[in-house]
Design a protein around this ligand. Structure first.
Ligand code: V47
Length: 392
C-alpha cells in the first residue's frame, strides 16, 4: 500500500482520506518518514526555519471549559487566575529591547470583562515600543469570542484589530474539528466551522494565518485525517495558511489527566502524515515546546521544516506537564538544526529570511572534544561580530 501512495506522491497526485488512514496504519514508520522527508526536501531542500519570538499570555481567565486545558481559570478571583495590566504586557517587550524579538505571539483565555479597547491598546502599545515587530495575536477562537461578546462580525473585529497593529493570526484553538469530539473536549467556544470561517475572513482581508491540530487524546486517526483535509480544502480556496502545527496532547493537571500522552512515534508519524496530506501548505512546524527539543529535531527528517522560535515565557505547556525548557536561545536552535544535517534560517513571521547560517561541515558530535571547543569558541566570536555588524 505504501508503494502505491509513494508513487502518487512522486507523481504529484493528491492523497485521499483512505491514503491518510493507510499512512497512520503503515507499520514501517521510517518509510512514512522518508517519504515525508522527500516532500520536505523537494519544497525546502535542507533549509530549516526558526524565529526569535516572545510569547505573551495576558490572561488565563477563560469562560470556555476545555477538558485538555491546564492553563485556564474560569473566574478572575480563582487561585492562580491572573490578568496582566497593559503596562505589564508592554514591559515584557521593553525588557527585551537589547536583543529584541521579531515577533510577539499573544495567546489568551476568553476573558469575560476586559473591554475591546484593551486589546486595541495592547497592540498599539507594542507597536509604539517597536514599530517593526510582527504581532501574531489572538487565535480564531478569540476572534470568534470578540465577535459574539462585542456584537461585531468577524470582519469588523479583524479590521479594528489590524488598524491597531495586528499582523497575523496564530493557529491555536484548532483542536479537532470533528463536531462530536470537539463538543466533548472543548464545549463553549468556536466550532470547527467557525474556526475555519475566521481564518477564511482573515485570508480574504489579506492576512496570513497558521493552523493547529491537538492530537493524542480521545480522537481517532480518522478524526485527524478529516481535520487535515478540512484545512486542505480551506487552503485550496484561500491560500492564506502559512504553517501547520500538530500539537501533542499533554495530560498533566487537566480534565483528561487519565489519558497517556502520545508517544514519540505517534508524534513523528503525525508530522509526516501532515506533510504528505497538506500538499498546499508550505510549512510544517515541529513545535519543540510540545514535542521536546529532541523529538522536534528528529521531526526535521520526518517532514517538518520549522522549529517555531525561541518562545520566551510559555505557560500553556508548562502547566500541562511539558518537560521542555522555558525558552531556547537562537544558538541552541541553530545547533539542533545543524545536527539534523539541515541549514538553519532565522526567518521573520512571514518567512522572509533574517539570517542564513552556514550548514555545519562536520556534525559537531563527530568532532574531537578539542575541535568542538574550538568550533564553539569560533561560533561565539562570529555571533559577537554579527551582532556588532547588525547594531552598527
Ligand atoms: O490553542 C492547550 C493547545 C494551543 C494543551 O500559530 C494544548 O505559530 C497540548 O496554538 N496539551 C496554544 N496542547 C499553542 C499554539 C501555537 C503554538 C506554537 C505556534 C503556533 C503558531 C501556535 O495549545 C492552544 C491549544 O490548542 N493546548 N492545552 C495541552 N494540555
Amino acid at each position: 500500500m505504501l508503494s502505491v501512495i509513494a508513487d502518487k506522491v512522486r507523481r504529484g497526485e493528491r492523497l485521499t482520506f483512505d491514503d491518510g488512514i493507510a499512512l497512520f496504519l503503515e507499520p514501517d514508520l521510517l518509510a512514512v518518514g522518508a517519504l515525508a522527508n522527500e516532500v520536505r526536501v523537494q519544497r525546502h531542500g535542507d533549509k530549516t526555519y526558526f524565529n526569535r519570538n516572545l510569547r505573551v499570555e495576558i490572561t488565563n481567565v477563560c469562560v470556555a471549559e476545555c477538558l485538555f486545558c491546564s492553563f485556564a481559570k474560569l473566574e478572575a478571583h480563582m487561585p492562580g487566575a491572573h490578568t496582566m495590566s497593559l503596562e505589564e504586557a508592554w514591559h515584557e517587550l521593553e525588557a527585551r529591547m537589547d536583543d529584541p524579538p521579531t515577533e510577539i505571539h499573544v495567546v489568551n483565555g476568553l476573558h469575560p470583562t476586559l473591554p475591546f479597547s484593551f486589546y486595541e491598546d495592547l497592540l498599539r502599545g507594542f507597536k509604539h515600543i517597536k514599530p517593526d515587530v510582527h504581532l501574531k495575536c489572538f487565535t480564531a477562537v478569540e476572534i470568534h469570542f470578540f465577535a459574539q461578546h462585542f456584537g461585531m462580525t468577524y470582519e469588523e473585529v479583524l479590521v479594528r484589530l489590524r488598524k491597531a497593529g495586528l499582523d497575523s493570526l496564530p493557529g491555536g484553538g484548532g483542536e479537532i474539528f470533528d463536531e462530536d469530539v470537539r463538543s466533548r473536549i472543548s464545549a463553549g467556544k468556536a466550532t470547527g466551522a467557525e474556526y475555519l470561517e475566521v481564518h477564511r475572513v482573515a485570508h480574504r482581508l489579506g492576512m496570513f494565518t497558521n493552523a493547529t491540530m491537538l492530537y493524542g487524546h480521545i480522537e481517532t486517526f480518522a478524526h485527524r485525517v478529516d481535520h487535515l483535509l478540512r484545512l486542505r480544502t480551506l487552503q485550496d480556496e484561500t491560500k492564506g495558511l502559512q504553517a501547520f502545527i500538530p500539537l501533542a496532547f499533554h495530560p498533566d493537571g487537566n480534565g483528561m489527566k487519565n489519558l497517556p500522552a502520545p508517544t514519540a512515534t505517534d508524534d513523528l508519524r503525525t508530522i509526516a502524515v501532515s506533510r504528505l496530506l497538506l500538499d498546499n501548505v508550505d510549512h510544517i512546524k515541529a513545535y519543540w515546546v510540545s514535542l521536546t527539543p529532541d523529538v522536534a529535531q528528529i521531526a526535521l527528517r520526518f517532514g517538518a521544516d520549522d522549529l517555531d522560535g525561541t518562545v520566551v515565557h510559555e505557560t500553556i505547556y508548562k502547566t500541562a506537564g511539558s518537560r521542555s525548557p522555558g525558552a531556547l536561545g537562537d544558538g541552541e536552535l541553530v545547533r539542533l538544526i545543524r545536527e539534523a544535517g539541515c541549514t538553519p534560517i532565522e526567518r521573520d513571521t512571514l518567512y522572509n529570511v533574517v539570517r542564513e547560517y552556514p550548514r555545519a561541515e562536520v556534525p559537531e558530535a563527530a568532532m574531537k572534544v578539542k575541535d568542538r571547543k574550538r568550533a564553539a569558541k569560533l561560533a561565539i566570536v562570529q555571533d559577537a561580530r554579527d551582532a556588532k555588524e547588525m547594531n552598527s
